[in-house]
Design a binder for this molecule. Structure first.
Ligand code: ATP
Ligand code: MG
Length: 293
């Protein structure tokens, strides 16, 4: 299975007919490889990503925005850690978006993420994003109430309006040279329970457990509906969603790496070439260095 094919299994570019129930969180596409082999494959992918990133940086035209969304314990942090592990830290920045601060709440909902967008030549990773505004906020009406929007503007159309704003925002970014890839790490409810129990039972994982996560889990169906609707309304050629099976961490990482690799290959990134005048200058510099006493 080539990288491109692996990524395409989970890629959604037109959400009209999207149904989350058609995606299996435990899928590994029949791949039954051991940990060592999975690690080796990921290493190759990471190497390839590192080469692509070097070109991205040198060319300094495109930027890459990677958005990660998921339920707790789906493996966002570890997917980001492993997939980005070979990348030059100067060319990559990770932003985690938590409950908005008072200052952030004083602005429109895109404000804090807009400030964190990657510059040309860079890869920006969003660990959660403005999609929370149609996910957690949808699952918790009380959060919307605290956003202090003018009452008149909060109608039953608010989610449709937010989807429209997100679509327009992403199209705008794409038209300005941002490659946008969105990952929903799709973990099953059973696997989440297992991972929570591990976090409770294993002393060195205790720090990862947040008792509040159990309350969110109780809203599972609400969240799944919100995810489905968000993907339906915001999947596009210029900003695809990848619904990545997340019950097997090794597979999640392979799919995420494959998707980034495939999309960046499509940019046809090249090192800048030096023109004739530039070559002359290099020659002169070489002579000066060679004649140094
Ligand atoms: P981890 O648990 O791995 O540390 P996390 O991303 O779950 O990572 P937490 O600090 O546990 O980080 O949770 C962040 C919380 O902030 C989540 O519950 C998320 O839903 C919430 N959040 C993020 N963006 C918004 C938003 N715009 N409005 C309201 N809540 C938000
Ligand atoms: Mg959390």
């Amino acid at each position: 299975m080539s990288r491109a094919n692996l990524a395409n299994l989970y890629k959604v570019t037109d959400g009209k007919k999207f149904k989350l129930s058609e995606y299996n969180p435990a899928d590994t596409y029949g791949l039954d490889i051991d940990k060592g082999e999975a690690k080796e494959r990921l290493e190759q992918d990471v190497k390839s990503l590192s080469d692509l990133q070097e070109r991205l940086y040198a060319q300094d035209r495109w930027s890459v925005l990677l958005i990660f969304q998921a339920m707790d314990a789906a493996g966002k942090d570890s997917a980001i850690e492993h997939v980005m592990s070979g990348i030059n830290p100067q060319g990559c920045q990770v932003h985690s978006f938590k409950t908005p601060t008072a200052i952030e709440l004083d602005h429109d909902f895109m404000w804090r993420t807009s400030c964190a967008l990657p510059e040309r030549g860079r890869i920006g990773v969003f660990n959660r994003s403005y999609y929370e505004e149609v996910l957690v906020v949808r699952a918790h009406p009380e959060i919307l109430a605290k956003q202090r929007l003018p009452q008149k503007l909060v109608t039953k159309d608010i989610w449709e309006e937010r989807f429209e704003d997100i679509r327009n925002f992403e199209r705008y970014l794409a038209r300005n040279g941002t490659l946008i890839l969105k990952f929903f790490l799709h973990v099953s409810k059973e696997e989440q329970k297992k991972r929570f129990l591990d976090r409770i039972d294993e002393r060195d994982k205790n720090w990862k457990f947040n008792p509040g996560d159990v309350a969110e889990r109780a809203l599972w169906d609400k969240y799944m509906n919100a995810y489905e609707d968000a993907i339906r309304n915001t999947a596009a050629e210029y900003a695809p969603w990848y619904v990545v099976p997340a019950d097997k961490k090794w597979y999640t990482r392979l799919v995420v790496a494959a998707a980034i690799d495939e999309a960046m290959q499509g940019l046809n990134l090249q090192f800048p070439t030096v023109d004739k005048a530039g070559l002359e200058e290099l020659k002169k510099a070489r002579e000066i260095l060679a004649n140094e006493k």
